[in-house]
Design a protein around this ligand. Structure first.
Ligand SMILES: [Zn+2]
Length: 132
């Protein structure tokens, strides 16, 4: 007998944290991913939980925080130093957005550039217009 849609959702919901932190066995993963394709609520919850698994700290605390997380039994996918803007600048003009994105591409393609940080904020509708 097939599980009802509601109980399938209940089961899947409970497994989401394990999918988010990468500890879900492969066998359960396939069924859960199948449910995610048709369930907006679970998909949204998974996105939330993935965010919760991101930890931000001051650069000088990075090593200590890494160690504490690992000692607590979690697996760290990646840790890196980054630059987070305190303020962002909206680029709402399509022409400007194109120029900014072209500049970012060129910087990222440049072998002499290691990392690119930016504080521009291009609204979704402008991004779509520029991409389209
Ligand atoms: Zn669901």
């Amino acid at each position: 007998m097939m599980a009802s849609r509601a109980s399938r959702h209940e089961e899947s919901w409970l497994l989401l944290p394990w999918l988010a932190n990468g500890r879900l066995p492969l066998a359960e993963r396939a069924a859960l991913e199948e449910h995610l394709r048709e369930c907006a609520a679970c998909t949204q919850e998974l996105a939330q939980q993935r965010l919760l698994c991101q930890v931000l700290t001051a650069p000088e605390n990075l090593a200590a925080v890494r160690e504490a997380i690992e000692n607590a039994g979690f697996t760290i996918d990646s840790s890196e130093l980054t630059m987070l803007p305190k303020t962002t600048v909206e680029v709402a003009d399509e022409g400007d957005a194109k120029k900014v994105l072209r500049l970012m591409d060129q910087l990222e393609d440049n072998d002499d550039v290691q990392d690119v940080y930016a504080n521009f904020d291009i609204p979704e509708r402008v991004l779509e217009a520029v991409a389209g």
